[in-house]
Design a protein around this ligand. Structure first.
Ligand SMILES: Cc1cc2nc3c(=O)[nH]c(=O)nc-3n(C[C@H](O)[C@H](O)[C@H](O)COP(=O)(O)OP(=O)(O)OC[C@H]3O[C@@H](n4cnc5c(N)ncnc54)[C@H](O)[C@@H]3O)c2cc1C
Length: 325
């Protein structure tokens, strides 16, 4: 049996693996069969991860994180977790291959998925004008014409934030009114760089190597037209990847995994969670990495406190110095 299994190989999973491996816990990282490396594998330049003044390509950053974790003894397996049994003190993890792994502790770092529009060009032009993150990519659109798709608070927040960079921003919405809170709406309406395009759905993204425009289809009469622009920010929601633990771990109202205060402790002793799967707000590579560190330190403390029979000591989940919540 292993001491620690980490599920997920994004910045949270690999950072947890670096810390856990350096603590000699020999963690197994279940990296996923098709999405190893996490969301940054889908982007090009990352300019806001500290330590890379010239920027770094997303896939290069993730390869380096993996190498760093393996250098200290983390074992990476390219498979998916298909089932979890978290009930007992031994955590059971079933992989797509049918293999079952067991461990005393588990770190759940499966990230979250930005909702996609689901149209042609969206995947191909991801990182080439199509983005899901204004904080990450807004800087690339200085003095450009761009659009934000969505009608909720996050769409208004992204659009308002993007006015710092872009010269013109269309907000494209399927209906003729917004879901966003009154205050967010008013802020967006008051900004003269923002123009609303009502009753319209983006049905195609135009451009070979970079976005040059979008095709809009009217949700009222089905007519189509093209809008010239260089960037498209999709802000139609985000789904934390929690389906494996819905009935086993407590979730928050936002659908993220509940953790105890600033720690990574979930509602089940010995199970820790990190990264975007616990974060409804910040969702950045560096915050996910930091959260992976917290999870590894919490897991390390938990494991150190296990008694010889493998039963958690009464205070095994409590880190000294952190408030009891
Ligand atoms: C296109 C794009 C560009 C971005 N650009 C930036 C940027 O420039 N700067 C920045 O700071 N942030 C950026 N972000 C956000 C950043 O990528 C995320 O905040 C960060 O990757 C979250 O890390 P994570 O480890 O929590 O999750 P993820 O990176 O999502 O990793 C989760 C991992 O878990 C795996 N997984 C899920 N389910 C299973 C399972 N059942 N079995 C095994 N593995 C599983 C996934 O395959 C994946 O490997 C960008 C996001 C996107 C989509």
């Amino acid at each position: 049996m292993r001491q620690l299994i980490i599920i997920g190989s994004g910045p949270a999973g690999y950072t947890a693996a670096i810390y856990a491996a350096r603590a000699n816990l020999k963690p197994l990282v279940v990296a996923s069969s098709v999405e190893a490396g996490g969301e940054l594998m889908n982007t090009t330049e990352v300019e806001n991860f500290p330590g890379f003044p010239e920027g770094v390509q997303g896939p290069d950053l993730m390869t380096k994180m993996q190498e760093q974790a393996e250098r200290f003894g983390a074992e990476v397996v390219y498979d998916d977790v298909t089932a979890l049994d978290l009930a007992g003190s031994v955590k059971r993890v079933t992989l797509g291959s049918g293999r079952v792994e067991e461990a005393d502790a588990l770190i759940f770092a499966t990230g979250s998925a930005y909702r996609k529009i689901g149209i042609a060009g969206e995947e191909r032009l991801s990182g080439r004008g199509v983005s899901w993150c204004a904080t990450c990519d807004g800087f690339f659109f200085r003095e450009r014409t761009i659009a934000v798709v969505g009608g909720g608070d996050s769409a208004m927040e992204e659009a308002t934030f993007l006015t710092r960079f872009a010269s013109k921003i269309y907000v494209i919405h399927r209906r003729d009114e917004l879901r966003a809170s009154k205050i967010m709406q008013e802020r967006a309406f008051a900004n003269d760089k923002i123009e609303f395009v009502w009753n319209s759905a983006v049905t195609d993204i135009l451009g070979e190597d970079a976005v040059t425009g979008v095709q809009l289809t009217s949700t009222v009469d089905g007519s189509t037209r093209e809008l010239e622009l260089q960037g498209l920010f999709v802000a139609i929601g985000n789904d934390p990847r929690t389906h494996l633990v819905h009935d086993q771990l407590e979730l928050t109202a936002e659908g993220t995994i509940w953790v105890d205060g600033r720690s990574s402790r979930t509602s089940v002793p010995g199970v820790f969670a990190a990264g975007d799967v616990i974060d409804p707000t910040y969702r950045q590579a560096v915050t996910a990495a930091a959260s992976g560190t917290v999870a590894a330190l919490d897991a390390e403390h938990f494991l150190a406190a296990l008694d010889e029979a493998g039963t958690p000591a009464p205070d095994a989940d409590q880190i000294e110095g952190l408030p009891v919540l």
